[in-house]
Ligand binder design. Structure first.
Ligand code: C2E
Ligand code: MG
Ligand code: MG
Ligand code: MG
Length: 272
């Protein structure tokens, strides 16, 4: 009986791995095609200043519709990283985002936040890609923010800190995304000299319980080290009010706005 169970599990396990591998290979092929044929697009979610209730910036988030299926960036970004596609994809997002953000300036002085993965930061051409996106769009460097997750700093710390400094030397701002989810959080915020920390949505959703002391601590540290604080994943009015009361100046989440397609964004900007 024992043996049979063990074999059964092993077979299941292999099966599951095989399925995952097959999907990954399929997505990788499709992604190459999607990049070549401009089938990836950006949507934008506002980051709201809780003092004025006005957007301060917009975060660009990639979207990919493959047939009837929307593939989440949480699934395809890791594939892009693994198969050497992230450089091209990331460069596209920077160019496209800057181009669109330049247009927004007609309506409001909004910044653009673009996510970058560790692979992009490690690339020797990253600074050139930023420079070229800024130059070709004409967007002011102050209006560009780069979001990096704190896990970025697990490996190769010195090099990445240097990169952050090079980004900042251009007057481009740096945000630490998903803050609090890695054990290294506190040392990272101190070593980095970035501009903004984005408190991860897990702490916002648990604000009534275990999230509270974490948010409180992050706000204190941020104040001491002169960081701006954004709370991600704000879904209710109660959370928004509580966070503002706790001293979190910037709020982002479905309560304020979902990530917007171009048409919705145009309307949103015109009504500001
Ligand atoms: P992120 O940068 O931390 O982005 C926040 C995610 O939370 C987004 O998911 C957003 O749609 C979602 N979100 C916003 N407000 C709420 C809310 O109130 N409640 C909940 N439950 N979720 C909310 P999305 O768009 O699926 O992106 C997932 C992740 O994929 C991003 O996390 C980011 O790490 C990565 N990603 C997306 N676009 C890019 C990109 O252009 N480049 C890179 N390197 N990574 C990207
Ligand atoms: Mg982000
Ligand atoms: Mg995040
Ligand atoms: Mg994330």
């Amino acid at each position: 009986f024992q043996k049979k169970t063990a074999n059964g599990n092993a077979a299941l396990f292999t099966d599951e791995l095989g399925r995952q591998q097959a999907r990954e290979t399929y997505l990788k092929e499709a992604l190459v095609h999607a990049i070549e044929n401009n089938q990836i697009r950006l949507v934008y979610q506002p980051i709201i200043d809780s003092k004025t209730n006005q957007p301060e910036s917009m975060e660009a988030l990639m979207r990919w519709q493959l047939g009837n299926e929307n593939i989440s960036p949480a699934e395809f970004i890791p594939i892009a990283e693994q198969y050497g596609l992230i450089k091209q994809l990331g460069a596209w997002a920077l160019h496209q985002g800057c181009e669109e953000a330049r247009q927004w300036q007609i309506h409001a002085s909004l910044a653009l936040s673009v996510n970058a993965s560790v692979k992009q930061l490690q690339d020797d051409d990253f600074m050139q890609i930023i420079d070229s996106a800024l130059a070709s769009s004409g967007l002011a460097p102050e209006k560009l923010h780069i979001e990096v997750t704190e896990s970025v700093f697990a490996a190769d710390k010195e090099k990445l800190v240097e990169k952050i400094l090079a980004i900042k030397a251009r007057n481009v701002q740096v945000s630490i995304d998903d803050f609090g989810t890695e054990y290294s959080s506190l040392s990272v915020i101190q070593q980095l000299a970035a501009d903004t920390v984005k408190i991860d949505k897990t702490f916002v959703s648990s604000l009534a319980t275990s999230g509270y002391p974490i948010v409180k601590a992050v706000v204190n540290i941020a104040q001491a080290l002169d960081y701006k604080v954004v709370a991600e994943g704000v879904e209710t009015k109660e959370q928004a009010l509580k966070l503002a009361e706790m001293g979190v100046q910037y709020l982002q989440g479905f309560y304020f706005a979902r990530p917007m397609e171009t048409v919705q964004l145009d309307k949103y900007l015109r009504e500001l």
